[in-house]
Design a protein around this ligand. Structure first.
Ligand code: ADP
Length: 399
C-alpha cells in the first residue's frame, strides 16, 4: 500500500473516531441537560414545599442550633420576624421550653443521622407554649453539619386528648356516684318503706276488729302502696344497673343465651303452656347476661300479654346489612298503634294496669341494653294481631 493511501485511510479512521466522540459528547451533553432540569425541578419542588408547608421547617446548625433558614409557617406559628431569627441560636431565642430536649435530639441525630416524631414543647415569642412533633435529618451545608427539621403542631390534638381524658374520668366519677345513689335508694329508702309497711300490717292485725271496714280498706290500700313502691324502686335499680355493671362482651351463641333465658322462665312457660320456636340463631358479640335479660323480658311480655289462645312465640336472627336483626313474634293481644313508640319509655304501660301486673320498666331496660350493643329496638303490632319486636346487634366482624 502506498504512503498517501495509508494517510487517507488513517484520515478516514480518525474522522470516524471523531464522529464517535462527538456522538458521545452530544449524548453526555443531553444527559447533563436532563440532569440539570431534574435538579432544577427537584429544587423547585423542595423550595415550594419549604415555602408552602403548613408545618414549620427549619435549617439550623447541628452544633448550636443557629438558624440558617426558616419557612413562613415557622414565622407565623412562633410570631417571630425573619430578621429576629436568622443567625441566632435556639438557645438565644429560648425556643425550646426544655433546652435539654434539644441536646437529646442533637445527640440522636449525631448517632443515627435522623430522628422521627420527637415530641417536645416549644416557646413562642408571646411566651405561649405549644406541643410539637419534630422529625429531622442531618445534612451537609458547605462543609457544615446542619439539621433540616419539620415540626408539626399537635397542641390542639393534645388539648382534645386531655379533654377526652377529663371527660372519661368525670364519667367514671358520675357512674360511681350513680352506683352510690343506687345503693342509697335500695337501702336507705327501702328501709323506712319496709318499716312503714311493717307497721301498717301490725295495725291491720291488731286493730282490724276495732276499726270500721273503711279504715280496713285504707290500710290495705296503704300496704299495697308500699309494696308497689318497693317494686318500683327495685325496677329503677335494675334500670340503673344496666349502666353501672361491668360489661362482658364476647362471642356467644344466641341460642345458648336464649336457652338460659327460657330456663329462668320455666315456671311461667309451664303454667301458660307457651310454645317457643326459633330458627338457627347466629353467633354474636354480646354480653350474655344482658342479652339473656332482653330475651327474658320480651318472652315474659309475650306470655303476660297473651290472648285467648295459648302463647306461641317465634324467634329469629338474620344478617341485615351490617347488623344482626333479631325478631320476637307473639300471638298476643297486640299494642295500639299510637302506643308503639311510647312503650319503651320508663314506667310507661299501655294496657289495663289492674289486669296486667308490672312496673313498665322491662322494655326501657331492653332498649338501654340494645343501645349498649350498638343497636336499636322497635315493635310492629296491631291490637288483636300479636306483636313483633325487632332489635339489632352490631355484626361482631365489624367490631
Ligand atoms: P311491664 O311489662 O312491666 O308493663 P314493659 O316495659 O315490659 O313493662 O312493657 C311496657 C308496656 O308495653 C306493657 O305494659 C304493655 O302495655 C306493652 N307491651 C310490652 N310487650 C308487649 C307484648 N308482647 N304484647 C302487648 N303489649 C306489650
Amino acid at each position: 500500500m502506498r504512503d498517501e493511501d495509508m494517510t487517507k485511510e488513517q484520515l478516514i479512521n480518525e474522522l470516524a473516531e471523531l464522529r464517535q466522540r462527538l456522538n458521545q459528547f452530544t449524548a453526555l451533553e443531553s444527559e447533563c441537560r436532563r440532569e440539570a432540569e431534574a435538579l432544577r425541578l427537584s429544587e423547585e419542588k423542595s423550595s415550594k414545599a419549604f415555602r408552602s408547608s403548613p408545618d414549620w421547617i427549619v435549617i439550623s446548625t447541628l452544633e448550636d442550633g443557629r438558624f440558617i433558614d426558616v419557612n413562613d409557617a415557622f414565622l407565623r406559628i412562633t410570631g417571630y420576624r425573619r430578621e429576629e431569627v436568622i443567625g441566632r441560636t435556639a438557645k438565644q431565642l429560648g425556643i425550646w421550653a426544655e433546652p435539654d430536649e434539644r441536646d437529646k435530639m442533637a445527640a440522636i441525630i449525631r448517632e443515627h443521622g435522623k430522628i422521627r416524631d420527637h415530641e417536645a414543647r416549644f416557646c413562642m415569642k408571646s411566651g405561649e407554649i405549644r406541643i410539637m412533633l419534630r422529625s429531622a435529618e442531618a445534612i451537609d451545608l458547605e462543609g457544615e453539619k446542619c439539621i433540616i427539621s419539620v415540626t408539626h403542631d399537635i397542641t390542639e390534638r393534645k388539648k382534645a386528648e386531655e379533654k377526652i381524658k377529663i371527660f372519661a374520668e368525670e364519667l367514671e366519677k358520675r357512674n360511681r356516684e350513680l352506683e352510690q345513689f343506687a345503693y342509697i335508694v335500695s337501702h336507705d329508702l327501702q328501709a323506712p318503706l319496709i318499716t312503714a309497711g311493717g307497721y301498717l300490717r301490725l295495725l291491720e292485725r291488731r286493730y282490724k276488729e276495732k276499726l270500721d271496714s273503711k279504715a280496713g280498706e285504707f290500710i290495705t290500700n296503704a300496704i299495697e302502696g308500699t309494696v308497689r313502691m318497693q317494686s318500683l324502686i327495685r325496677s329503677l335499680l335494675d334500670y340503673a344497673r344496666v349502666d353501672t355493671r361491668a360489661r362482658d362482651f364476647k362471642l356467644i351463641e344466641a341460642s345458648a343465651v336464649l336457652n338460659q333465658a327460657l330456663g329462668n322462665l320455666k315456671a311461667l312457660l309451664d303454667e301458660s303452656g307457651a310454645v317457643v320456636k326459633y330458627d338457627n340463631l347466629p353467633e354474636v358479640r354480646a354480653d350474655p347476661v344482658l342479652l339473656s335479660q332482653v330475651f327474658q323480658n320480651l318472652i315474659g311480655n309475650a306470655i303476660k300479654f297473651r290472648g285467648d289462645e295459648p302463647p306461641v312465640i317465634h324467634l329469629s336472627g338474620e344478617k341485615k346489612d351490617k347488623v344482626w336483626l333479631f325478631s320476637v313474634r307473639d300471638n298476643g293481644i297486640g299494642i295500639p298503634p299510637e302506643e308503639t313508640g311510647r312503650i319503651f319509655e320508663v314506667f310507661h304501660r299501655s294496657h289495663d294496669k289492674s289486669k296486667y301486673q308490672g312496673t313498665g320498666i322491662g322494655l326501657a331496660i331492653c332498649k338501654k341494653i340494645i343501645e349498649h350493643h350498638g343497636g336499636s329496638i322497635r315493635v310492629e303490632s296491631a291490637p288483636g294481631k300479636g306483636s313483633t319486636f325487632f332489635f339489632t346487634i352490631r355484626d361482631s366482624s365489624l367490631i
